[in-house]
Design a protein around this ligand. Structure first.
Ligand SMILES: NC(=O)c1ccc[n+]([C@@H]2O[C@H](COP(=O)([O-])OP(=O)(O)OC[C@H]3O[C@@H](n4cnc5c(N)ncnc54)[C@H](O)[C@@H]3O)[C@@H](O)[C@H]2O)c1
Ligand SMILES: [Zn+2]
Ligand SMILES: [Zn+2]
Length: 382
């Protein structure tokens, strides 16, 4: 079938909305009509090249390169066709995308760490998770699908391990948000940082991810949730989602956190800026006190290997720095659970959406992300 999709032909280019061809699903695959896609910073890293591996690294992986690629790893939609052997979902089911596959049987899935599922290993390789062949083309050229999902297309064929059935009563725009930013931010606070009642938590960078780390830290009972972002709009939003204090920079926050905590500093620091450069970790870890945890959720440039952490303090103050993918949650259990919290009225989701765009205006949506005028922008497919 033919449909419209936002395609990226190379680094530093605009998203190009054009017609692509999508093949029907084979064994273990489903064709999804995506109704919504979220504009997350991770796709923007493809545009800037921050997460595009160098050519030599791609060659070592056996990858011919990432472009042309259909963007979008955040989304929701409806299953319109199921290939042979599909058992998790059926035609007509409403689904959330899951940029982390969960096969259910690998060592990581089997030990409750679906966010580390082995099926995620082929992210930079072309073709389907199922058999390595491609189902998507522009002209005669095979397309990569970002996170093997491609939610910036009206339709795509994906492995069944990458869709999760959700309640059909739920609005699909909020389902899309939960599929990445909400889960990642909320899990960064509640699971990876393991925020406890009475703690002091600093969240650095209040985008679609950070705002949900604020929401998660507040729900977990933090005494102080300190949000750091240079943009006033983001700081105001943070207060609406449970922040108790806000600052425009880590430099500005440093003496204030010291005073607020009588020198003890934060128990947990969660790093969620748009791009995490290595030199930001001196202040990020500096805001954290004895026995603290610093969670690295944001992505740094893929080739950056230096970070400015004071190793003496790391050892003597017994600090812990932890990475996280998907907030260390289990997509198959936690996406439905977060959505049921929304239905119960305990999780804010509608308030995350600042603006909805048709696919044709995707570049305006990303311009708004760069300008910081959207908490989250959402694409509504026709
Ligand atoms: N680990 C994961 O599984 C995962 C999943 C999704 C996204 N991410 C990453 O999380 C990061 C955040 O994504 P997003 O979509 O929320 O981005 P976003 O662009 O919506 O928001 C980023 C925010 O950080 C702020 N910021 C930038 N520099 C800052 C600084 N020095 N100090 C304080 N704030 C600063 C910006 O003003 C902006 O409000 C990105 O790197 C993204 O790729 C990680
Ligand atoms: Zn994302
Ligand atoms: Zn698995």
């Amino acid at each position: 079938m033919k449909c419209s999709a936002a395609v990226l032909h190379g680094v530093n280019q605009d998203w190009s909305v054009e017609e692509i061809e999508v093949d029907p699903p084979k064994t273990g695959e489903v064709l999804v009509k995506w109704t919504h896609a979220g504009l997350c910073h991770s796709d923007e890293h493809m545009v800037t090249g921050d997460i595009v591996p160098p050519d030599e690294a791609l060659a070592l992986m056996g990858s011919p390169g990432l472009f042309p690629a259909v963007g979008g790893h955040v989304g929701s939609g409806i299953v319109v066709e199921a290939g042979p052997g599909v058992t998790n979902v059926a035609v007509g089911d409403h689904v959330s995308a899951s940029f982390i596959p969960s096969c259910g049987t690998c060592r990581y899935c089997a030990t409750g760490r679906q966010n580390l599922c082995d099926q995620g290993a082929g992210t930079f390789l072309p073709g389907m998770i199922t058999d390595g062949t491609s189902r998507h083309r522009v002209g005669d050229t095979d397309l990569m699908l970002f996170a093997k999902l491609g939610t910036f297309s009206e339709y795509s064929t994906v492995a069944e391990s990458q869709v999760i059935k959700v309640d059909a009563d739920l609005p699909l725009d909020v389902v899309a948000l939960v599929s990445c930013g909400v889960a990642t931010g909320w899990g960064s606070a509640t699971k990876r940082a393991d925020v406890r009642p009475g703690e002091t938590v600093v969240v650095v960078g209040i985008g679609g991810i950070g705002i949900n780390a604020v929401q998660g830290a507040a729900m977990a009972g933090a005494k102080r949730v300190i949000a750091v972002d240079p943009l006033e709009f983001k700081r105001e939003k943070a207060m609406e989602f449970g922040a108790t204090h806000t600052f425009a920079s880590m430099e500005e926050a440093m003496p204030e956190v010291m005073e607020l905590t009588q020198g003890q500093m934060a128990d947990k620091v969660i790093m969620t800026p748009g791009v995490l450069y290595g030199d930001m970790m001196a202040l990020g870890t500096g805001l954290a006190g004895k026995g603290s945890t610093i969670v690295v959720t944001a992505l740094g440039p893929i080739t950056q290997t230096e970070s400015s952490v004071n190793l003496f303090e790391l050892a003597m103050w017994q600090k812990e720095i932890k990475g996280t993918i998907f907030g260390s949650l289990n997509p198959r259990a936690d996406i439905p659970n977060l959505l049921s919290m929304y239905q119960e009225g305990t999780l804010k989701l509608d308030e995350l959406i600042t603006k909805t765009y048709p696919l044709a205006e995707i570049n305006d949506g990303y311009a708004a992300m760069r300008d910081g005028t959207n908490l989250r922008g959402v694409i509504a497919h026709a």
